[in-house]
Design a protein around this ligand. Sequence first.
Ligand code: GLA
Length: 381
Amino acid sequence: MAKERVREVFESRYGKDYRMFAAPGRINLIGEHTDYNEGFVMPAAIDRRIYLAISAESGNRASIHSIDYNEDINFDIEGETQNLPQWALYPYGVVKELQKQGFMPGGFRAVFAGDIPGGAGLSSSAALECAFASALNAIFGFGADNFKLAITGQMAEHNYAGVKCGIMDQFASFFGNKDKVIKLDCRTLEYEYFPLELDGHQLLLADTRVKHSLASSAYNKRRRQCEEGAEIIGRDHPGVKSLRDVTPELLRSYRNKLKQEVYTRCEYVIEENSRVISTCEALASGSVDKTGELMYQSHKGLKEKYEVSCQELDLLVSIAAEAGLTGARMMGGGFGGCTINLLRSEEAESFREKASAEFSSVFGHPPIFYDVSTGDGAGEI
Ligand code: GLA
């Protein structure tokens, strides 16, 4: 158990004077690549987390031990540090982003571990950012609210990990609520909880176990293309600040004025936003079948128009469709990671078998399945 391991390791190194924090990973029911376009998303926090034991120390030194990477790093809180391993860029980035806002952490010692599978599109890196943001805010008494802390995590990702992500992952990590999905308006950060009542259905993740290396550069490129589309339309329509403000009709009138690829990316985003709204209506009226249909449409858009899927994800979704599952789609940034499947509970076993056999025969290994349980957001435990 990650939580107990973290306690044990911290206590054996530094003693019993510490505080414990946790921050969850997330799933996303629908609304992919809409967050950085000021659109809508529907994530939920899961019951897999990063656990962090931490104590403040005199002086300016941050000492962090990762149990999972079996690695120690140190840096001077005030200085600029180079050559950190990838995982350490997240806590380092959080420290730097807090400082930019005038919050000055002192020295600290921390030990962490987690049970969120890495590279599976479940936002283990956002959870790490949020665990540190929550912990540093509490032990140094900054009094920042969870909105500010979520944005701090997002900025650490932009400026230190180099991914120009939206706010979905960090928001879900802070605002998650057991048995609920969050409908988040990424423009205003207004949010609403929807009960995840699936009427005899469940969610099941299938992890392809691939992570293509072009993921972060392709992600940033998609973001630029969307911004380019919004910018060109905005020149003639000053009310248009992002794709959120572009209706399908308005976009169509730009078919010949945008590069083909930019046009198609924008079209996907606008359609996906309206799928999120339709999913909310479907959930409110208890229509699980409609929710599933929208998930398949989302996958088709991500594959054909946004082009962020890959063969492994496509195969899993087509196996799901063939098996008659209610819904399935790739989840998260794309180019690997998991599909999210909506299925009747009694279908779970036979789908696992079918998907394992068919996926193995093409890619030489089965996917890994995770049952989804939702959980609460980041904070002290
Ligand atoms: C990654 C990013 C999120 C979001 C998704 C795609 O998880 O971190 O901000 O853009 O991809 O929906």
